[in-house]
Design a protein around this ligand. Structure first.
Ligand code: FE
Length: 203
């Protein structure tokens, strides 16, 4: 492959997907049909706890994250697992159709799951839009913007002089000068080529 980085030019956004008892950050969301209740597809990493939850739930909600949203939302929902923390403790939400919606978002879409397709790393969930609203008419955060501003948005705290490596897929942080050759992300399983060196935010 000559340069896979061109895939980063695919226009994607930043969303918090929530379902009963869980949620995570997703970027691959598309409207894939028209009409009053269009179909929305979303890809969720198989290793995510949220993926397990979605297989047993009927509904999911997508909160659209704005460019100026509090980065805590991304850190909390993107870089942690409900297996370890309660993500809803620190982030303000309100309820629609029994699902948590991020208060500091541009709006939400609630979808009823009608199909799912497993691939090697992700499950593509297809849902029919059943409820939606606009909260703020502001610019949405694009995945590209997130990638370009990750250092400011996601604070990686290191000790003075320490190097941190951040998984570009799930946000897992490895502390150390170099990643071992056979290193695989303990959280999402990708190899070291998908890690980026971070200068960290020294304390
Ligand atoms: Fe990872």
């Amino acid at each position: 492959m000559k340069n896979k980085k061109i895939t980063r030019k695919i226009t994607q956004g930043v969303y918090v997907l929530t379902t009963n008892n869980g949620g995570c950050v997703v970027d691959a969301v598309s409207q894939i049909s028209a009409g009053d209740n269009p179909l929305i597809s979303v890809a969720v990493m198989k290793r995510n706890y949220t993926n397990e939850l979605l297989k047993n739930n009927k509904l999911f909600a997508l909160s659209v994250i704005g460019k100026d949203a509090n980065p805590e939302i991304i850190t909390t929902f993107g870089m942690n697992s409900m297996r370890d923390i309660n993500k809803f403790e620190s982030i303000s939400t309100f309820e629609v159709e029994g699902l948590n919606i991020i208060e500091d978002s541009l709006g939400y879409m609630v979808c009823e799951i009608i199909d799912s397709i497993d691939n090697d790393t992700h499950t593509l969930f297809i849902g029919r839009l059943v409820e939606a609203d606009v909260i703020k008419d502001e610019e949405a955060m694009s995945y590209q913007y997130y990638q370009e501003h990750k250092d400011e948005l996601v604070k990686v705290t290191t000790n003075n002089g320490e190097t941190a490596w951040v998984c570009t897929i799930c946000g897992y942080v490895y502390y150390g000068e170099e990643l071992p050759d056979d290193f695989k992300c303990p959280k999402c399983g990708v190899d070291k080529s998908l890690f980026e060196k971070s200068r960290g935010n020294y304390e």
